[in-house]
Design a protein around this ligand. Sequence first.
Ligand SMILES: [Ca+2]
Ligand SMILES: [Ca+2]
Ligand SMILES: [Ca+2]
Length: 235
Amino acid sequence: MELATQFDCSGTLPGLTAGESHRDTATVSARGEVNGATVVDSDVWNAYAKSYAVGDYTWIDTNKNGKQDADEPALPGVKVELLNERGEVVATTKTDAKGFYKFDLLDAGTYQVRFTLTEQQGERYRFTKPNVGDAATDSDALTGGNPLVGLSKKFVLDDSNAALTRDYANGVDASEGIDPTWDAGVIELDPVAPASSGSALSVTGADIAGLIAAGLALLALGGSVLVIRRRRATA
Ligand SMILES: [Ca+2]
Ligand SMILES: [Ca+2]
Ligand SMILES: [Ca+2]
């Protein structure tokens, strides 16, 4: 080797799982070609396993357009499960008071998230229409047989994921950041119509004319009452 030559070396730590790090000292020894002396150099060697996170939000889609708009409130307390590529549940959480959830320090892999409304939420809400517009502001809950359960499509957490960010207001421990685009919106169910006891109501043109005439008569009556009161007050 030439004098002052640089070289790289790498090591593998098979026991390291997502989020774990390892600190060691790597020592290189070499023998001088000219004088035969041994030189030794030690350097600190840091290793870590890349980790990833996913999140992050459930909200009430007040205007029912399928998008997160600035003035729309969070929906707290939604159960969220993380599924691996075989569809097995590997973690469970709930959205917090501000509607946020997060699965942190995950290995690279293929995942899905499953949102489940509580029974109480289910009496009032249904999932809004999914995949409208930008991935950052849409809803990802796809419903099947059970309207209270919304499942995202499969997504990959690895270095190919362009949504990963470390610039995240709620904090993230994963070395490669969080993909915060996996959200679920709900819309309020229409109020149940009260049971009708008679025939369906219909208002015809003639009825409307009659109502207007009655309204005018009432106005005229109100006017005359005022007149009478005034007269009494001035008398
Ligand atoms: Ca909206
Ligand atoms: Ca999304
Ligand atoms: Ca989000």
